[in-house]
Design a protein around this ligand. Structure first.
Ligand code: ADP
Length: 244
């Protein structure tokens, strides 16, 4: 049996200690396979972003394990973990996080260069990614010369360039209009068709409908999982939770 791309096993996360401590996640189990798009929904403060940062190894769980392609992240040295993050995991945030002083193509190629790819090859890959997005003519534009939708397309290209296999997106369509948001979702879906796995945090049901599976989080627990309309229906309420 092939290992899931990403697996969270009984993951809990507590911030702080004593009376100020916040239990952000309780015993979360989640698997994401290659090619699969999983949407995470839930009220504000329910633990969605914490789940995403732990999935991307930006934070460590207080309890439980995270596996990337079957390898437990806790068994890796900090350097090996940083390398895995850089090489294989792409992050997209609501505010794009593009570097203002770099052009579109430089923003995309920079992570490759950081990972040791030669500048020329990194630039060629960046240009190819922009071409795929229909933005080849904007390669030399700086972020503030691009529309919000274009900036987000650059951010997604940067998250997917190279050998990245897992895309983690936290409200990636933020303030974008409906058409542009759908374009962003089309891009994420297309990355999944090409074999990436993706986890998308969103509060918009319409965007979640692009996912193969929607996971609902409440008070740090996964309370419900529903498959896409044409997939098999799975209901996994946690003990004592009704979910909806
Ligand atoms: P969501 O993304 O669903 O809004 P979060 O994962 O951001 O939820 O937060 C879950 C809970 O953990 C909230 O109560 C939040 O205040 C708390 N929390 C998140 N990050 C931190 C942090 N770095 N330090 C302390 N508490 C935090």
């Amino acid at each position: 049996m092939t290992a899931a791309l990403l697996e969270l096993c009984s993951v809990s996360k507590t911030y702080g200690a004593g009376p100020a401590c916040v239990r952000a996640l309780h015993g979360v189990d989640l698997q994401v396979c290659a090619g699969e798009l999983v949407a995470v929904m839930g009220p504000s403060g329910s633990g969605k972003s914490t789940l995403l940062t732990i999935a991307g190894s930006l934070e460590e769980p207080t309890e439980g394990q995270v596996f990337f392609e079957g390898t437990p992240l806790s068994g890796l040295s900090p350097n090996a973990r940083a390398r895995l993050r850089r090489r294989h995991i792409g992050y997209v945030f609501q505010d794009f996080n593009l570097l203002a002083g770099l052009t579109a193509v430089e923003n995309i190629s920079m992570p490759l260069e950081l990972d040791g790819v030669r500048a020329r090859q990194a630039r060629a890959e960046g240009l190819r990614a922009l071409e795929e997005l229909g933005m080849a003519d904007r390669a030399s534009a700086f972020p503030d010369e691009l529309s919000g939708g274009m900036r987000q397309r650059v951010a997604i290209a940067r998250a997917l360039v190279g050998e990245r296999r897992l895309l983690l997106a936290d409200e990636p369509t933020g303030a974008l209009d409906t058409d542009t948001s759908e374009g962003v979702m089309r891009l994420i879906r297309s990355a999944c068709r090409q074999g990436a796995g993706a986890v998308l945090v969103t509060h918009e049901a319409q965007l979640a409908s692009w996912a193969d599976r929607v996971v609902f989080v409440r008070d740090g627990r996964i309370v419900d999982t529903s498959a896409a309309p044409d997939g098999p229906e799975v209901l996994l309420p946690s003990p004592g939770e009704s979910g909806r």
